[in-house]
Structure formats: structure tokens, C-alpha cells
Design a protein around this ligand. Structure first.
Ligand code: FMN
Length: 391
């Protein structure tokens, strides 16, 4: 019998080699409807799959015989040293994956000296993340119809010492995540099949549900109608609270309430990048929300080069959506990004094994980046340039 390659089927993070391996562990650890919430994209998932394909289409052209002994993945963001050109992207409902999921992710980020971004829709109070995790904290802002919610978040994040605000601008009309919806018989009510599957995950039930009950949208709980604060009940009410009226004119209002670094998360055109620069923003995040919003949307890596060439001297340019490998990070840096953000990569680690799992994900990405830098003849992240790519 010829030797057959087998995909990873381990259960522990120590034997996992890749983010895809961590994903396989995560898939076993949490109920299907929770995994689907993390995994899925909008509609035909063309944006979701396109993000990976766009990274895959770029190839390196490596120079050879360059001494890279003593190379480092360290960099600076906003003048502050950073352990790697990486930051954890904001994701809501992290408490559904593991108890105190936000704190676990923030601690993992702190261990690597990189920023962690807390979602407006987190299951932990922003003040508790600051006091229990520390590290470099950024706050993500969703502006809802009731502007008092955003004003409250901005005020509290400033008081708690958050370094930067990421104003998310690509979810003002909420994405149509049909795969996610299929797990519910009506808004907030999981199907019997989904509930049964949860019963098959006793460890998750004991650790996540039994300890504190269904996780809640703690940061905005006081503004929600009764029954809407729980992660299951609220996930259908919250999308209706988003404000489709937001425009560039609202940046001035955000600026009135937020004194520190301001990044716009949701830019994909050169014109918008210029606008962010002219309005005094400090950075932009090129993103398609990991394929969860507009379907058939361009991949951020496809527009990165032109945008970085236009505003890279004035703005910090970050990118996310589809980053799973050190090679992806190197490609983004080569095209002019200052750093990349990861959403699902660290969520897979978190779901697989809590904080150690999230750390393992960051270890994989940074070790892979270090290796690829060596193979590309780069000693520092500043050496990674467009001459290394053919697209
Ligand atoms: C489960 C999940 C929840 C998310 N929640 C938020 C959120 O609350 N706010 C936000 O700005 N982006 C949110 N995002 C988008 C991420 O910040 C990020 O843009 C995306 O995950 C990057 O793609 P990747 O998962 O392929 O790395 C979420 C993404 C996922 C996967």
C-alpha cells in the first residue's frame, strides 16, 4: 500500500503545526453553531474565499546569499516598539469560545508585545480587560443609532487608558450571514439540532455556559432592551441597531470625543484613504471584515499597494482579512502595510485551548514570519519590500 498523507487529527495544541491545525482542534472543542459564528462569511462566501485566493496568487522572488543572522520581527507602531508587525483584530462574543475570552486574547497579545483590540460587542467590560490583562489596548467602535452608546464607549476607553480607537465603518448595514442564520429556528432560538450538538460538548457547556450563563454584551448592556444583552438573544437585535446614516462628516464628532490615535477600519479605496488622511486620522485598516459583510468584495491585499503608495507616508496602514501564515504577513509588508491584524487565526487558538491556544497561534505566525524573512534575505521588517514579490 502506498503511504497516504493524512490531515492533522490531533487534539492538543502542542502537536498542531499550523493555524489550520488549530482550526481543526477548535472545531472539535466548541459546538457547531459557535464554530460557524467564527468561521462563516456573508452570502456565497465569495469574499471569504477570495481573501485566501488573493494571498495565494502572490509569489515571492527571493534574492540569495544574504546573511540574515540575528534578524528580528520587531517593529514600531505609532512610535511604540511592537514585538511583531501584528495586532489582534476586534471580534465580538469572544466569551462564547472560552471563559473570559477577551482577557485571554489580550494577555496573549501582551505576551508578544502586540496590540489587542477589544470589540464594542465584547463579552467583557473594557475596564476589566484593562485591569486584568494590561498590555497595549486598542478599542473598536461601532456607532449605533443611539449615539450615546458610542459616546459612552469612547469616554470609558479614554479613561481606562486605551491607546487607539478603531472606528469600524464597513458594518453600518449588517452582513447577511446565512450559514450562521441556519442554526436558528427564529431569531435568538437555536435549532434543536444546534442545541443537541451543544450537549455533545460537555466541557464547553461546563466552562462557558455553566460558570457565568450565556455570555453578555457587557460593554453596552445598559443600553440594550431586556433580553437583548445575551449573546444568543442579542445577536439578532444588535444588527438592527447599526446606523446606516454614518458619513465622513461624523469623523469630526468622533474626534470631539476621542483624543488619542484614531484609525478607520473599513477603507478599501484610494479616495477614502486620502479622505482619512485629510481629516486627521492616524491610520487606516484595509479590511473586508473577514468576508462577513459585502460579498464579492475585493480582497484588501489586492488594493494595498496602490493605497499604501498614496497615503503610507501620512497614515499607519494596517490590513486584515485572510491572514493565516507568516508568508501572508510578509506579502502584506512587502506591499506597504505597517502591520497586519488577525481575527480568526487567534480565535481558532482561543477556541482550541484558551489563552495558551491564542499564544500558540501568535507563536506560529511570528516563527513563520521569522523563517520567511530569513528565506527572503531580510534582517528586519523594514527590509521587506515590493522587490520581493511578483503578483
Ligand atoms: C467572529 C468574528 C467576530 C467579529 N467581530 C467584529 C467586531 O465586533 N468588530 C469589528 O470591527 N470587526 C469584527 N470582526 C472582523 C475582524 O475584526 C477582522 O476584520 C476579520 O476577522 C479579519 O479577517 P480574518 O478573520 O480572516 O483574520 C469579526 C470577525 C470575526 C471572525
Amino acid at each position: 500500500m502506498p503511504w497516504k498523507r493524512r490531515p492533522f487529527d490531533g487534539r492538543d495544541i502542542a502537536s498542531a503545526h499550523t493555524i489550520a491545525d488549530l482550526r481543526a482542534v477548535a472545531r472539535r472543542r466548541v459546538p457547531g453553531f459557535v464554530f460557524e459564528y467564527v468561521e462563516g462569511g456573508a452570502e456565497d462566501e465569495a469574499t471569504l474565499t477570495g481573501n485566501r485566493a488573493a494571498f495565494g496568487a502572490l509569489r515571492f522572488v527571493p534574492p540569495t546569499l544574504i546573511d540574515t543572522e540575528g534578524r528580528s520581527v520587531g517593529t514600531e507602531l505609532f512610535g511604540v516598539p511592537c514585538g511583531a508587525p501584528l495586532a489582534i483584530a476586534p471580534t465580538g462574543l469572544n466569551g462564547m469560545l472560552c471563559p473570559d475570552g477577551d482577557i485571554a486574547l489580550a494577555r496573549a497579545a501582551a505576551a508578544f508585545g502586540i496590540p489587542f483590540t477589544l470589540s464594542t460587542l465584547s463579552t467583557t467590560l473594557l475596564e476589566d480587560v484593562a485591569s486584568h490583562a494590561g498590555g497595549r489596548l486598542w478599542m473598536q467602535l461601532y456607532v449605533m443609532k443611539n449615539r450615546a452608546i458610542a459616546e459612552d464607549i469612547m469616554h470609558r476607553a479614554a479613561v481606562a487608558g486605551y491607546e487607539a480607537l478603531l472606528f469600524t465603518t464597513d458594518a453600518n448595514v449588517f452582513g447577511n450571514r446565512e450559514w450562521d442564520k441556519r442554526n436558528y429556528r427564529k431569531p435568538g432560538k437555536p435549532r434543536a439540532r444546534a442545541a443537541l450538538d451543544a450537549l455533545r460538548h460537555p466541557r464547553w457547556l461546563a466552562q462557558v455556559l455553566a460558570r457565568h450563563g450565556v455570555p453578555r454584551f457587557r460593554n453596552i448592556e445598559k443600553f440594550l432592551p431586556p433580553g437583548a444583552a445575551s449573546a444568543v438573544g442579542g445577536s439578532t437585535i444588535i444588527p438592527q441597531m447599526f446606523a446606516p446614516t454614518l458619513t465622513w462628516a461624523d469623523i469630526a464628532w468622533v474626534r470631539e470625543h476621542w483624543p488619542r490615535k484614531l484609525l478607520i477600519k473599513g477603507v478599501l479605496t484610494v479616495a477614502d484613504a486620502r479622505r482619512a488622511a485629510s481629516l486627521g486620522c492616524d491610520g487606516i485598516v484595509l479590511t473586508n471584515h473577514g468576508g462577513r459583510q459585502l460579498d464579492y468584495c475585493v480582497a484588501p491585499i489586492e488594493v494595498l499597494g496602490e493605497i499604501a503608495a498614496e497615503v503610507g507616508d501620512r497614515l499607519a496602514v494596517l490590513i486584515d482579512s485572510g491572514v493565516r501564515r507568516g508568508t501572508d504577513i510578509a506579502k502584506a509588508l512587502a506591499l506597504g502595510a505597517d502591520a497586519v491584524m488577525v481575527g480568526r487565526a487567534t480565535l481558532y487558538g482561543l477556541a482550541a485551548a484558551g489563552e495558551p491556544g491564542a499564544r500558540r497561534a501568535l507563536e506560529m505566525l511570528t516563527v513563520e514570519l521569522d523563517r520567511v524573512m530569513g528565506q527572503l534575505g531580510c534582517r528586519s521588517v523594514a527590509d521587506i519590500g515590493s522587490h520581493l514579490l511578483r503578483g
